[in-house]
Ligand binder design. Structure first.
Ligand code: ADP
Length: 353
């Protein structure tokens, strides 16, 4: 998954590179800068002294010294002055320049703190948006695993409105499912049985009508568990039933007129994993990966359920994760990163794993 939001302390991450948000002198400070210098040891300060400072929006690189990462990329974020002083452009440039340096050094994984969202005062929600947009822009043409590291609960916010909309959507469905479990289950079973027997009846009638008058029952065309000479629509249906997740995914990509890379990038799934799915017809993805593809393909809720079924999964109202996915699909919001922000806010696993 090329972009992930994780909670934790950036100094503990064994990525190829972590990003430090420094002040222009690069000689240490508070916040994440202080934490990185403390953990890396005084060699980092000595290396920084040789860099000759750094302007807002630029980035410079040093080793990681006693940190578990190989490199530290130092950048200077914009100070928030109300939003009309080029803050957004400078912040975008921090991400772009840091990623450019990481790519130059051949890094495969990089972790960012939420630049400028602490003492520099950039509103956290907007800081997160800029981070996501800049990183996604970079990932359009590059393969890298990029983390946004959120230090404390307070430094991560989705909008109050979205949060409360989702919370009430979850509440409604949780209540619906948990208040009348028996009755609902019983109703569903009866409905299913009714459907099943009607189909069976129709199928039997069709078979009967199609069978030569004097043919014995034993001679009628059966294979193990499946009938031959089915009416085209049912035959089509069974073909689809036999289709694996991988086959269904590739068919849907073609039907939507997408390229493979458009699809896996939109799904936030990395190229290697996609290649595995593509080359192994029986590949079993994790549920978040399967959903990520459904979202990238902008499938309806029913289509999503069909695709999930091929991977052996279902969506249920007894899981918050599932209900949040349902919320976004029914609202026609297929932005994987926005979905992930919401999943993160509700402490759920993210898409694209
Ligand atoms: P800035 O001056 O750019 O605002 P700060 O260091 O004050 O930088 O804060 C940037 C972000 O880094 C804040 O959201 C803060 O919560 C977060 N942060 C602070 N310490 C750590 C840490 N050890 N790991 C990850 N993030 C951190």
């Amino acid at each position: 998954m090329p972009l992930q939001i994780i909670r934790g302390d950036i100094t503990k991450l064994a990525c190829d590179a972590i990003v430090n948000v420094a002040n222009p002198s690069l000689l240490g400070g508070g916040g994440v800068d202080g934490a990185i210098h403390r953990a890396a040891g005084k060699e980092l300060l000595l290396a920084c002294e040789k860099l000759g400072g750094c302007r807002p929006g630029e980035a410079k690189i040093t080793g990681g010294y006693r940190l578990p990462c190989q490199y530290v990329i130092h950048t200077v974020g914009p100070v928030w002055r109300g939003g009309n002083s080029g803050e957004r452009e400078t912040l975008t440039s921090c991400y772009r320049e840091a990623l450019r340096l990481a790519a130059e050094k051949g890094c495969r994984s990089v972790a960012f703190p939420l630049i400028s969202s602490g003492s520099y005062g950039y509103p956290k929600e907007q800081a997160l948006k800029v981070a996501e947009e800049s990183i996604t822009e970079f990932l359009r043409d590059s393969e890298m695993l990029v983390y946004i590291v959120v230090f404390d609960r307070d430094s991560f916010r989705i909008s109050e409105k979205l949060f409360s909309d989702i919370a009430s959507f979850i509440d409604d469905r949780y209540v619906e499912e948990h208040s009348f479990p028996r009755r609902k289950g019983a109703e569903e079973r009866t409905q299913r049985q009714a459907l099943f027997s009607k189909e069976e009846q129709e199928q039997d009638a069709a078979d009967f009508a199609a069978a030569p008058a004097k043919e014995s029952i034993a001679a009628r065309p059966y294979t193990v568990g499946k009938r031959l000479d089915l009416p085209p629509s049912l035959e089509e249906l069974l073909k689809k039933e036999d289709e694996s997740f991988s086959q269904a995914l590739l068919r849907k990509i073609d039907e939507k007129g997408m390229t493979d890379s458009e699809c896996y990038k939109k799904a936030n799934v990395d190229r290697k994993l996609f290649s595995k799915i593509r080359s192994d017809v029986h590949y079993h993805p994790s549920k978040p990966t399967a959903i990520a593809f459904a979202v990238a393909l902008e499938l309806s809720l029913d289509e999503t359920k069909d695709l999930l079924m091929k991977a052996g999964f279902a969506l249920s109202h007894s899981s918050k994760f599932d209900i949040i996915i349902e919320y976004f699909i029914t609202n026609g919001n297929y932005n994987v990163f926005e979905i992930n922000e919401a999943l993160f806010a509700f402490d759920q696993v993210l898409l694209g794993v």
